[in-house]
Design a protein around this ligand. Sequence first.
Ligand SMILES: Cc1cc2nc3c(=O)[nH]c(=O)nc-3n(C[C@H](O)[C@H](O)[C@H](O)COP(=O)(O)OP(=O)(O)OC[C@H]3O[C@@H](n4cnc5c(N)ncnc54)[C@H](O)[C@@H]3O)c2cc1C
Length: 485
Amino acid sequence: MSTESLHVVVAGAGAAGTLTAARLSDAAARSRRRIVIEVIDPAPGTGRGLAYSTPDPRHLLNVSAGQMSALPHTADDFVRWLSDREGRTADPGAYVARGLFGAYLAHDLDRSTEAGRDYATIRRRHDRVVALDHLPASGDAPAAAGVRLRLRDGGTLDADAVVLALGNLEPATSWLPPGLEESPGFVADPWCPGALAEVPTDRDVLLVGTGLTMCDIARTLLHPDRTVHAVSRHGMLPRPHAATSPTAPTGTARPGGPLGPTAYGIPATEPCDLAALKRAVRYRAARSRRLYGDWRHAIDELRPHIPRLWQQLSFSDQQRFLAAEMREWEVHRHRLPPATAQALTAARRAGLLTVRAAEVVGARTGGGREITVRQSDGRALTVGAVVNCTGTEGRVERLTDPLVRSLLGSGLAAPGPHGLGFDTAPDGRLIGTAGRSTTPVWTLGPLRRGNLWETTAIGEIRVQAGELATRILDRTTRTTRTAPR
Ligand SMILES: Cc1cc2nc3c(=O)[nH]c(=O)nc-3n(C[C@H](O)[C@H](O)[C@H](O)COP(=O)(O)OP(=O)(O)OC[C@H]3O[C@@H](n4cnc5c(N)ncnc54)[C@H](O)[C@@H]3O)c2cc1C
């Protein structure tokens, strides 16, 4: 075992950064390497990030508890944690509050910190990484190429390896009509703590976007004294999860059978086109409906294969998917917990929630917080608040975040395919503008969207975190960087 410590910085303490730090600690203990892990994030919490910070108990996981383990090889870990916490056996089929999952991720890190304490030291800093410079290997220390990070508080930090777990960076605002952003009644980021506190309870509200974020925010804002209007270009709502898991009739094969090289009728190694893929998905959905009375199983079985299928599509087919098919796919793939779906259906029936397909084309601020919004269907709505529920900006060149600007400006990172996230090697290492991975900097989760497409949920992030940890420990065999200051 080397007596020198490896210094790894994890920027971001949301789900991805927290899982990475925990798996680095586990990997250090396994390989008996000393490691110092600095987890940097200005946020007060650890393990929460954008998705799991919400204190509203009506904001539920959109995946059942049995599929939300932090550990890829211990499927029931989250359910066991829930059971211990509640003092009774938790239901793996339940959709629990997202805030609980944030607490579980913090517990996962504490557990790994304790188990790996002879080898790993984990430090949590409340700061923001604003820039990153490559420290090339010197003649004296050829193995020591590393990274210098600049922090918002003015400090610097040297590291042998860096993991950028920056997640969902900024709300998407490219749809905004002139004047809306400056309006006091406009809420740019509904997940920002306290963002909805100023929304008046006695005025109607417009939510722009009709995906999972809108569904959560509508649940928070639904009130007998007002109507919540939701609008998006397509007007489609996420489909609900089945209330109970379907089981195949006895003696029938699972749709698709074992997921071998020809799963979905698509040869694993041959490029496939979008039209063939759509046919295969429709075929599988119809077959699943026949066997189970439900299409959902087909979508869920396809999911682990998405990164491979995405990469097999030509660039122009990927573009076609993004332009014409993505919304349809997303409403089937990212589904609503049954309780949320029921609450929204009841609200629509009671006239407290409307959902329309239209674009916001203009906005005028009246007295106080009042905003009159013009829609492409000719309607004008006067509301007490407009809430941006269109999700986060995936195209990195549109982001104003200083670290992202610095990485793109220096060429250490380049936009991923279609401008989505950063371009990454198969192991998650950043590929710079020179087309090579020259810096020991990796990323995971939403910032790999252009390369993998399916990379934002815990099912993918937990696997990426484990693989990254092993990779970083394997690669950085011996280092001579100075200890973090
Ligand atoms: C509302 C919502 C609900 C979801 N629900 C589910 C679900 O039920 N099941 C599921 O599997 N998936 C779900 N997801 C998807 C997935 O789990 C999340 O996208 C997850 O939050 C990704 O984690 P992350 O750590 O990459 O990003 P984030 O949660 O965005 O965390 C990133 C962190 O990085 C920090 N940061 C950013 N820049 C810097 C910097 N320069 N320096 C230091 N720190 C920085 C931020 O402060 C933040 O805390 C959901 C996503 C959303 C948005």
